[in-house]
Design a binder for this molecule. Structure first.
Ligand code: NAP
Length: 245
């Protein structure tokens, strides 16, 4: 499905991003992984190559504007183009508003919101000049409904939705779509930290009665990133087992 395409995925050293990277690898794409953890990024890249896929990796902090510009310039120099950008890197620093520190606020906004902007900014002109691009950004159920203890995270993820809608409007006439995937409760290192007891309670509240898997999210990303999805832009696909309808 993605033969001859170059796909850049941030935060793909583990969790949902790693699964997305592997799925694109199986579909014939050249997959470029950018992650804070360079070793993990390289590990995922090697896994793809071992399965006869094409991949490369970069260590990078999405919150760093200059470094992002450099990384993207290197990718264009080496691979010639970027067809798909998936902004998956994200962090949480949860605390009730009463206990939320400025550091926790700044860190989450810098990675989740500014990081997404940084990568879009680095590819957008080249995508519009090429007349083709697919941008898939990551929000969260918390960005749609709010969530206790996540003022910073909810704000960053709601911001991603607003940003994506504007990018969609600006890119539409030039063949560039921008959409959002908003996962609910997905089994990854990010959610592994939640106590088992709390997790089981949460699962009871999910209409499909199971935690989501990274593959459930990767499928939605592939759909939005496909050539065939060119008439879908500025949309939010919620992957949450019916937690929010
Ligand atoms: P994860 O397991 O924590 O993986 C996130 C990856 O992003 C990690 O490899 C992390 O590297 C990397 N990363 C963090 N900050 C970065 C930065 N500044 N620059 C580059 N890479 C960075 O998370 P996940 O559960 O797969 O989540 C993926 C996305 O889905 C996130 O945007 C998250 O907000 C969203 N989401 C997840 C859930 C869920 O239930 N899991 C629900 C809703 C939305 P390090 O490990 O080195 O920090």
């Amino acid at each position: 499905m993605f033969e001859e395409q170059v796909v850049v995925i941030t935060g793909a050293g583990q969790g949902i991003g790693a699964e997305i990277a592997k799925e694109f690898g199986q579909e014939g794409a050249t997959v470029i992984i950018v992650d804070f953890n360079g070793e993990n990024a390289e590990k995922v890249s090697q896994e793809i190559i071992e399965k006869n896929g094409k991949a490369g990796s970069y260590q990078g902090d999405v919150a760093n504007y200059d470094q992002t510009q450099e990384t993207i310039a290197k990718i264009y120099a080496e691979y010639g183009k970027i067809d798909v950008l998936v902004n998956c890197a994200g962090i949480t620093r949860d605390a009730s508003l009463k206990k939320m520190t400025k550091e926790n606020w700044d860190a989450v906004i810098a990675t989740n919101l500014t990081g997404t902007f940084n990568f879009i900014k680095a590819v957008f002109d080249k995508m519009t000049a090429a007349g083709y691009g697919r941008i898939v950004n990551f929000s969260s159920l918390a960005g749609i409904t709010g969530n206790f203890g996540q003022t910073n995270y909810s704000a960053s993820k709601a911001g991603v939705i607003g940003m994506t809608k504007t990018v969609a409007i600006e890119g539409a006439a030039k063949g560039v779509t921008a959409n959002v995937v908003a996962p609910g409760f997905i089994q990854t290192p990010m959610t592994d930290a939640i106590p088992e007891e709390v997790k089981n309670k949460m699962i009871q509240g999910i209409p499909v009665k199971r935690i989501g898997l990274p593959a459930d999210v990767a499928y939605a990303v592939k759909f939005l990133a496909s050539k065939e999805s060119g008439y879908i832009t500025g949309q939010v696909i919620e992957v949450n087992g019916g937690m929010h309808i």
